[in-house]
Write a protein that binds this ligand. Structure first.
Ligand code: HGY
Ligand code: MN
Ligand code: MN
Length: 399
């Protein structure tokens, strides 16, 4: 019976990003397809009935699809240059939990379902939790299928190339309606468990969070032949907005605002940019704070653009309000596992499902506290404790 760490070792070479470090595993790209095949092979080997949905999510049932089911799972895609555990730890822990239950001769009275959600990070098509959002109806298929990646490929085209018929994208009427409870195990993205000196935790809440795109437009020109007073350089307001985001967030209670992605066009060393796109990731403990922060930044962006003779357009690309996980279910998990509760600033598919299904999340200690970077880590012993805890929850909920 392989441990979670041994299962992770199976896929350790898949999707390594030599340039950035870490992993770049984007939905329906070659390496992510390889991970999908690996998961299907692992599930089939365990006698699970594999049932992909129309949104690129993969369900695997034990013994077979049925109502009142208990589900667990996570995602296999990553951010660019991401860590090894964010997503895959939840998937391998689900497989390991099934192994543990089968090894003790357990047979679920309620069907059990493992699930891999597509495009949780939004690393290719820009919308996080795309697979779970389509399945729950929170993301409209007509919007999703038209999303394009950096190369201009649409989600519909990428689905077709991966053998997923985009005609079937949309609310899941097959698997999701059968789920009575969902639990996601995830590496902690922070040091809450390190500070508490505990291997496991139970999620209490997720920050409100969203993504906004700002497009600054000026006049492309020659970097040498254009005097400073004859420029309309969109890089100026864009770069000033990056530091404004940090300053604005600092005025709100424990809010976070990040610009991790900025794209000048045409992006030449000796060229004044014609336009600059930047993406703001803003998060706070309330809907009002998040919205308030973004409104301030939209206003500042306008003023900064005007100062430089530029224009700016901004648009909301995704948003999810704070999630407070189901209270009684949280209490049951903390009691069952003798684990502390802790909040998270990271979004998850469990956050999407929580609006529809009694949902919980388990966290496994991350000694570095770092995530979305190669330094993300979880000790093998803590990963074992996580899979054992997940087996405990699945056993209790499905017997
Ligand atoms: O961005 C997030 O919080 C998650 O990792 N998708
Ligand atoms: Mn992530
Ligand atoms: Mn994740």
């Amino acid at each position: 019976m392989p441990s979670p760490s041994e299962l992770l070792a199976d896929i350790r070479r898949v999707g390594r990003d030599r340039e950035r470090g870490g992993y770049s595993r984007h939905v329906f790209e070659h390496c992510e397809l390889e991970l999908r095949e690996w998961f299907v092979e692992q599930a089939t080997r365990r006698g699970l009935e594999v049932l992909p949905d129309g949104n690129g999510n993969i369900w695997a049932w034990w013994p077979a699809p049925g109502d009142g089911a208990v589900a667990t799972g996570s995602h296999l895609d990553s951010v660019p240059g991401g860590g090894e555990f964010d997503g895959p730890l939840g998937v391998v822990s689900a497989l390991s939990a099934v192994d543990r239950l089968r090894a003790e001769g357990f047979r679920p009275r309620r069907p059990l379902a493992l699930v891999v959600f597509a495009e949780e990070e939004g690393g290719r098509f820009g919308i996080p939790c795309l697979g779970s959002g389509l399945a729950t109806g929170t993301v409209a298929p007509e919007r999703a299928l038209g999303l394009r990646d950096e190369s201009g490929t649409s989600l519909a085209e990428a689905m077709r190339a991966a053998g997923v018929d985009p005609e079937h994208a949309g609310p899941d009427r097959t698997s999701l309606p059968r789920i009575a409870r969902f639990v996601e195990l995830h590496v902690e993205q922070g040091r809450g468990l390190v500070h508490r000196q505990r291997p496991l935790g139970v999620a209490s809440s997720i920050l409100a969070h969203g993504r906004w795109r700002f497009r600054f437009t000026g006049q492309g020109n020659h970097a040498g032949a254009t005097p400073l007073d004859d420029r309309r350089d969109p890089m100026l307001p864009a770069s000033l907005l990056v530091s404004e985001a940090r300053r604005t967030a600092a005025r709100y209670d424990d809010a976070r605002a990040t610009v991790g992605r900025i794209r000048p066009v045409p992006s030449g060393t000796n060229v004044i940019a014609a336009s600059v796109d930047l993406w703001l990731d803003a998060r706070a403990h309330s809907d009002a704070d998040t919205r308030g922060m973004v409104e301030e930044l939209r206003y500042r962006a306008e003023a900064l653009a005007v100062e430089e003779g530029c224009e700016v357009l901004s648009s909301e690309e995704s948003y999810s309000d704070t999630v407070s996980f189901d209270g009684p279910l949280r209490d049951e998990l903390t009691g069952m596992l003798a684990a502390p509760e802790l909040p998270t600033g990271a979004g998850h598919d469990a956050g999407v499902l929580a609006a529809r299904i009694p949902t919980g999340m388990l966290f496994v200690r991350n000694p570095t506290g770092v995530s979305h970077a190669p330094e993300e880590y979880a000790e093998p012993a803590d990963c074992d404790a996580g899979a054992e805890a997940l087996a405990t929850v699945l056993r209790r909920w499905s017997r």
